[in-house]
Design a protein around this ligand. Structure first.
Ligand SMILES: Nc1nc2c(ncn2[C@@H]2O[C@H](COP(=O)(O)OP(=O)(O)O)[C@@H](O)[C@H]2O)c(=O)[nH]1
Ligand SMILES: [Mg+2]
Length: 333
């Protein structure tokens, strides 16, 4: 697991070879992240580990505009707008990763039984890449802080935000990584990409060149990850600056490219907030589903394991291949 302090070390290595101390803002993020992590560990301890009592399956209760998960009696409450009860919809069916309108049956059942293993403890890494000035930081700020601030102070080094959700009653967190301008030099540390479950490639809807560059950003990110292990999103930013035919043309080009990239396409505006929450909810739900399915797969292969660890080959079942290890929710429609 990547700890918050690593963000400073990573960023420092990428930004400057000298030993500069972490900035106030990175310390702030690190502290906040640690608080979230501690809360999640506490929450998981009370969520039915080996030998512990089954958690109460009560409905989440309203708490001054915030919701408290039934699985996180001791943790801080999850903000009400981070509670995802039904499967979030795609932006366009022409370029989407999943056409289903409901959670995968196995995932729903596992959530109802609270049989989601360590998923409630998991931080899924989301990296955001794309040219400088396309609006990556603004998009993250809009979602995490609900602000659009032209004069925000740029952080020094790679940094991330942790956003906590409650999905189908289960706590789940995204760790959303932002760069600090290294993309200007087309040189982002490989550790930034490594271990990503979600890759968001962002471009400016008003600048077609930034769309063309997303191929290269994606290639760089994929090089550091196992083939087929990441969800890919292509996001057109600054939707507020376009309308009518110009917007339609930009979106059509982007959808075309998204299909080639096997990515899901979204248009958003950090300025107005349009589609920002819906987009990240979709990211969280898809990543969550994949995590639960992987956990269920791990549980069933652990049950089949005997003696010195040989796997029992079930009659008629195909041998395990890299392809069969892919989560069933992954892959473009
Ligand atoms: N009109 C408009 N401007 C935006 C939007 N998102 C970002 N910007 C502006 O685009 C510039 C670059 O944004 P920034 O988030 O720093 O881009 P980054 O380099 O990709 O992180 C800033 O001046 C932002 O105010 C948006 O949705 N609409
Ligand atoms: Mg930025």
């Amino acid at each position: 697991m990547v700890i918050a302090g690593a963000s400073w070390m990573l960023g420092r290595a990428a930004a400057s070879p000298t030993q500069t101390p972490p900035t106030a803002s990175t310390i702030r993020v690190a502290r906040r992240s640690r608080v979230a992590l501690v809360a999640m560990v506490i929450a998981a301890a009370g969520s039915g580990g080996p030998g512990s009592a089954e958690p109460q399956l009560s409905q989440p209760s309203l708490d001054c505009g915030r919701m408290r998960s039934s699985l996180t009696p001791l943790g801080p409450p999850v903000s009400r707008d981070r509670v995802i009860a039904s499967f979030p919809k795609w932006y366009t069916p022409e370029a989407c990763l999943q056409l289903r309108e409901h959670f995968h049956g196995q995932v729903s059942a596992a959530c109802q039984r609270r049989n989601t293993g360590t998923v409630g403890l998991k931080l899924s890494k989301v990296v955001v890449v794309g040219d400088l000035y396309v609006g990556k930081t603004s998009l993250i700020h809009r979602f995490c802080k609900n602000v659009f601030d032209r004069d925000y102070k740029a952080t020094i080094g790679v940094d991330f935000e942790i956003e906590r959700f409650e999905i189908a009653g289960i706590p789940y967190s995204l760790q959303i990584w932002d760069t600090a301008g290294q993309e200007k030099f087309k040189c982002i540390a490989s550790a930034y990409y490594r271990g990503a479950q979600v890759i968001i490639t962002a471009f400016d809807l008003t600048d077609v060149q930034t769309l063309e560059h997303t191929r290269q950003w994606l290639e760089d990110a994929l090089r550091e990850n196992e083939a087929g292990s990441c969800f890919i999103f292509l996001v057109g930013t600054k939707k507020d600056l376009l309308s009518g035919a110009a917007c339609e043309q930009a979106e059509a080009d982007a959808v075309h490219l998204a299909r080639e990239m096997q990515a899901e396409y979204w248009s958003v505006s950090a300025k107005t907030g349009e589609n920002v929450k819906a987009f990240f909810s979709r990211v969280a739900a898809l990543a969550f589903e994949q995590s639960v399915l992987q956990d269920l797969e791990r549980q069933s292969s652990a049950r089949l394991q005997v003696g010195d660890g040989d796997l029992i080959q079930m009659e008629g079942s195909p041998p395990e291949t890299q392809e069969s290890k892919r989560p069933s929710s992954l892959g473009c429609c």
